[in-house]
Design a protein around this ligand. Structure first.
Ligand code: ZN
Length: 262
């Protein structure tokens, strides 16, 4: 009988371990998100109305898709668009390369350059805000958690790359008032319209966001199969390069689209 219980206990422990492992990334992700949100809420609460924060915004784009933004802070100095990154390990990257590198336990992983990613968010936000708010400065901020060690000493001209506790410093670097009270209020009202009102709506927005991304990916794949350039509509031609065979656009060098053929 004793053996039976021991085995049962071992089984349960194994299941528990597997469950924890499957949830790990999600937990670390939400913990990081929680830390940044807390830092922002703290700044907001102690600013006596100077800063107003908006979390998890889905900005509609012209093509019917949406751009998801982690946080936006509204101030008299303009808007701060914040992208959170939950990576740990050593981070290498510069402002213009398409990918950055994470090095952890001697393993290297590539991820999309968060500055370029945030640039896309800001472009979507600008497009959606329209002419009326075209004069408002928008500042780009990428926040890494302290688990990440930033290893490049590259200088970033168009974005801040910081840890949560440096956020306040970033905001305070901007002191010149560029928005009047009325404009600030109208901006706040407009930003309210792209926030999820409750959990259900948030889920719905997220679902639609993911769906449109998938549809777009499928379209891109179809175009490539039919040798149509997904970027400019040109014709794709099979070429041989240093790194193997690839499809390239006939509008090169104007269009730099390429797709390697494995
Ligand atoms: Zn092209």
């Amino acid at each position: 009988m004793n053996l039976f219980y021991t085995l049962l206990l071992l089984c349960l422990l194994a299941l528990l371990a597997r469950w924890i492992k499957s949830k790990e990334a999600e937990w670390i992700g939400s913990y990081g998100e929680y830390k940044v949100r807390k830092a922002i809420k703290n700044i907001e609460a102690t600013s006596s109305g100077k800063y107003k924060a908006f979390h998890n915004l889905y900005i509609p784009k012209q093509d019917g898709s949406t751009s998801q933004i982690d946080h936006v802070i509204l101030s008299d100095q303009g808007l701060f668009v914040i992208e959170t990154k939950n990576y740990s390990g050593w981070i290498f990257g510069d402002e213009t390369s398409k990918y950055w590198t994470q090095v952890i336990y001697k393993r290297k992983e590539k991820f999309l350059n968060p500055i370029l990613q945030n640039k896309g968010h800001i472009k979507a936000l600008r497009g959606w805000l329209g002419e009326e708010f075209a004069h408002i400065p928008i500042h780009s901020v990428v926040v890494f958690l302290t688990r990440a060690k930033f290893k490049s000493n590259a200088h970033f001209a168009h974005a801040y790359v910081v840890y949560p506790k440096q956020l306040k410093q970033v905001l305070e670097q901007h002191q010149t008032k560029v928005i009047d009270r009325e404009t600030k209020e109208r901006l706040a009202q407009k930003l309210e319209t792209v926030l999820a009102k409750d959990k259900t709506q948030e889920k719905e927005m997220k679902k639609r966001h993911v769906q449109t991304i998938r549809t777009k990916q499928k379209q891109t794949e179809q175009h490539i199969q039919q040798n149509r350039c997904p970027k400019c509509g040109g014709v794709l031609i099979v070429r041989k390069g240093k790194y193997g065979t690839f499809k390239g656009c006939n509008n090169y060098p104007k269009c730099k689209f390429t797709q390697s053929i494995g």
